[in-house]
Design a protein around this ligand. Structure first.
Ligand SMILES: CC(C)(COP(=O)(O)OP(=O)(O)OC[C@H]1O[C@@H](n2cnc3c(N)ncnc32)[C@H](O)[C@@H]1OP(=O)(O)O)[C@@H](O)C(=O)NCCC(=O)NCCS
Length: 166
């Protein structure tokens, strides 16, 4: 006679993952189509494909977070001696609010740490409270302001410079 277990206990180790596995890997040229779709839907002033290609070419750490073969988020980090700069961190709009930005940020911070980075910087628009909250929660603090740094719908927008000691 076979024993039929209730559905919730049917896995031998009872450890069925709740979410599909996500993994981080280096960005590649074949990702650019998906990344440009995300970039142009997530930003009012998106980077061009050429900028992304250049980031890979010059050796910035260009990372993607992939779930079931789809790029869900990406991040770009430049490292110079013991300083690093987060140049881009973006999550596919349909996947916002699921903690993916936190995961990508943690991944970039780990990459910086294993490369002996002491201070990590980034710029953020004051009009982007989601991003500011993400960075504040991760321990970044405001250290300066770059006047008229970003293009804006009308004129230019300042950038807040944030930094974190690792
Ligand atoms: C900013 C961005 C990266 C956040 O991505 P995300 O995956 O939605 O963020 P997470 O789910 O990891 O949450 C990060 C924080 O964002 C905030 N947030 C996420 N979804 C939100 C929503 N729908 N409404 C308001 N705040 C939200 C939360 O406060 C969260 O902080 P918490 O720890 O207090 O919950 C994403 O909105 C994005 O890609 N925006 C366009 C690109 C961009 O602006 N990048 C930053 C450039 S500096």
């Amino acid at each position: 006679m076979s024993i039929v277990l209730p559905k919730s206990h049917s896995h031998p180790r009872g450890d069925i993952p709740k979410e599909p596995p996500a993994h981080f890997r280096a960005m590649a040229n074949f990702d650019l189509k998906q990344i440009m779709e995300i970039e142009t839907s997530a930003y009012v002033f998106p980077w061009t494909e050429g900028i992304l290609r250049d980031c890979m070419r010059v050796g910035y750490r260009c990372r993607v977070l992939e779930i079931e073969g789809q790029v869900e988020a990406y991040g770009i980090l430049s490292i110079t001696l013991d300083e690093a700069h987060i140049l881009n961190l973006c999550v596919k709009p349909a996947s916002h609010g699921q903690g993916l930005a936190h995961r990508m940020l943690d991944h970039l911070l780990d990459l910086a740490r294993i490369n002996a980075v002491k201070t990590i910087f980034l710029e953020v628009r004051p009009s982007n409270p989601r991003a500011m909250r993400l960075y504040q929660r991760a321990g970044f603090a405001e250290v300066g302001l770059r006047k008229d740094y970003y293009p804006a719908k009308v004129g230019r927008e300042d950038a807040l410079v944030m930094a974190k000691e690792l």
